[in-house]
Each structure stands twice: as C-alpha cells, then as structure tokens.
Design a protein around this ligand. Structure first.
Ligand SMILES: NC(=O)c1ccc[n+]([C@@H]2O[C@H](COP(=O)([O-])OP(=O)(O)OC[C@H]3O[C@@H](n4cnc5c(N)ncnc54)[C@H](OP(=O)(O)O)[C@@H]3O)[C@@H](O)[C@H]2O)c1
Length: 164
C-alpha cells in the first residue's frame, strides 16, 4: 500500500496557524479534492475539527487518543498502526495532516505530494516535519501556479521514497 503525505507549506515548512490553514489557495484545494476523491484520507482530530465534517466521497479516518470520540461519516482510530487492518485492500491512502499526523506517518510514507507556497507566515504554530532530502526523489514538479482565488504563488512537487 502506498502511503502518501499530501500537504502545503511555506518557505519555513509552516502548515497552520491557530488551528486553521494560513492562506486561501482555492486552486490547491481543488487539486487536493481531485487527488483524494474516491480514496481514503487520514487526519488528526484537530485537522478534522478545523474542517468541521467528513469530506464527501472519501473514506475519512481520524486519529485521536480519545476512545469515546465519534463523528458521522468517520472511522476513528486510536493508534496509527490500525490503518493497516482498515486499509488492507487499498492501493494508496492519503495522510492529510496536521503536523502531528505527518510526523507520525513520515517514517512509513512512500510518497509525498507537497505544495511549496511562496510566502512566510507570521506566527505560524504548525509545521511539516523535517525530512531527509537525500532519501526522496522528485518525480514531478509543476510550474508556478497562481489562479484567481489564490493568495500566493505555489508549485506542487511529487516525491517518492528512495529504496535504501
Ligand atoms: N497546510 C496543510 O497542508 C495542512 C493540512 C492539514 C492541517 N493543517 C493545519 O495543521 C494544524 C493542525 O495540526 P496539529 O498538529 O495541531 O493537529 P493534528 O495533527 O491535526 O491533530 C492532532 C491530534 O491527533 C491526535 N493524535 C496525534 N497523534 C496521535 C497518535 N499517535 N495516536 C492517536 N491520536 C493521535 C490527537 O488527538 P486528541 O487530542 O483528540 O487525542 C492530537 O491532538 C491546523 O492549523 C491545520 O489547519 C495544514
């Protein structure tokens, strides 16, 4: 099973501020929707709270340590290892954040789809984890993107984990 991290971060790898995304990037959200629709997405409980509901047409899995936590349309797990049994028949699952969840899955991830956003967020409080660039190969990179409802220019790069 391919485990793919999908994220957008700024020049300092900031992904969030005060529980929310630090920007409006409408075209990046469309790209996220296109890639993840029909698949399984895995997120932390705080990211679920910031979205507010299960995302349609995807299997939504939320990680929390709270054994009583339940929401409509969501499969709750209490440990990252539980995804193996839940996703046994899947080719690819998407880890959609936030910072704690990216960190928990980085070691076992085999692919990353990262949007590099051309800004520096002030007072960001959530960051994508550091990763060893030597262990990852860029297999695709877009040109700069900035559409009508995008706050900033960004570029999407796809990485695959190199075999060691
Ligand atoms: N730019 C992007 O691409 C992007 C994508 C997603 C999110 N974000 C941003 O990231 C921020 C949220 O990130 P975050 O790191 O604060 O929160 P998070 O990763 O979304 O969620 C953290 C929560 O996940 C649960 N959790 C974490 N590790 C766990 C483990 N090993 N076992 C069981 N449960 C575990 C805990 O939930 P409980 O407290 O319920 O136990 C923890 O409080 C927000 O600002 C959001 O907007 C940005």
């Amino acid at each position: 099973m391919e485990i793919t991290l999908i994220a957008a971060f700024d020049k300092n790898q900031a992904i969030g501020k005060q529980g929310d995304l630090p920007w409006h990037l409408s075209s990046d959200l469309k790209h996220f929707k296109k890639i993840t629709t029909g698949s399984t997405i895995v997120m932390g409980r705080k990211t679920f709270d910031s979205i507010g509901k299960a995302l349609p047409n995807r299997k939504n899995i939320v990680l929390t340590r709270n054994k009583d936590w339940q929401k409509e349309g969501v499969i709750t797990i209490n440990d990252p290892s539980e995804i193996n049994s839940i996703c046994i028949n899947e080719n690819e699952i998407f880890i959609i954040g936030g910072a704690e969840i990216y960190k928990a899955f980085l070691k076992i991830a085999t692919k990353m789809i990262l949007s590099f956003v051309e800004t520096e967020v002030n007072s960001a409080d959530a960051f994508f984890p550091e990763f060893d660039k030597e262990c990852w190969e860029i297999i695709d990179s877009t040109k700069n993107i900035k559409e009508e409802n995008d706050d900033f220019t960004y570029r999407i790069k796809t990485f695959i984990k190199l075999a060691k």
